[in-house]
Design a binder for this molecule. Structure first.
Ligand code: TYC
Length: 103
């Protein structure tokens, strides 16, 4: 627009009613049987972490009982949980993980 003295078009912003989506954290739980290496591979594979980051997350879970592997929209978080549980089931490990709403 050029000063709006003539026939310039004025575009007014309407109040935005869109909210950011509710986010879900995928939390992995510790157990006494799943091998550490398996957990590290799963975190790298499904949560796109490098070896060092995946190892840090795994050790945090091992020490604290649980740890956040990533934060996603609802559908993506549910898919990650399914993928982890399926990989654990196939490998015969009791590894558990859950999606929890953030905040
Ligand atoms: N506690 C397991 C062990 O000592 C390792 C482990 C880490 C298992 C994280 C699950 O989510 C987990 N072999």
């Amino acid at each position: 627009n050029q000063g709006n003295g003539g026939d310039a078009v004025v575009l007014e912003r309407r109040p935005q009613k869109v909210q950011p989506p509710q986010m879900f954290q995928v939390v992995m739980l510790n157990d006494d049987y799943t091998p550490m290496e398996f957990v590290v591979v799963v975190i790298q594979e499904y949560f796109n972490k490098d070896l060092e980051t995946a190892t840090q997350i795994m050790l945090k879970i091992h020490l604290d009982g649980r740890g956040i592997c990533g934060v996603y929209t609802k559908d993506v978080a549910a898919t990650k949980v399914d993928q982890v549980l399926e990989a654990a089931r196939k490998a015969g490990h009791p590894l558990q993980c859950v999606a929890e709403p953030v905040e």
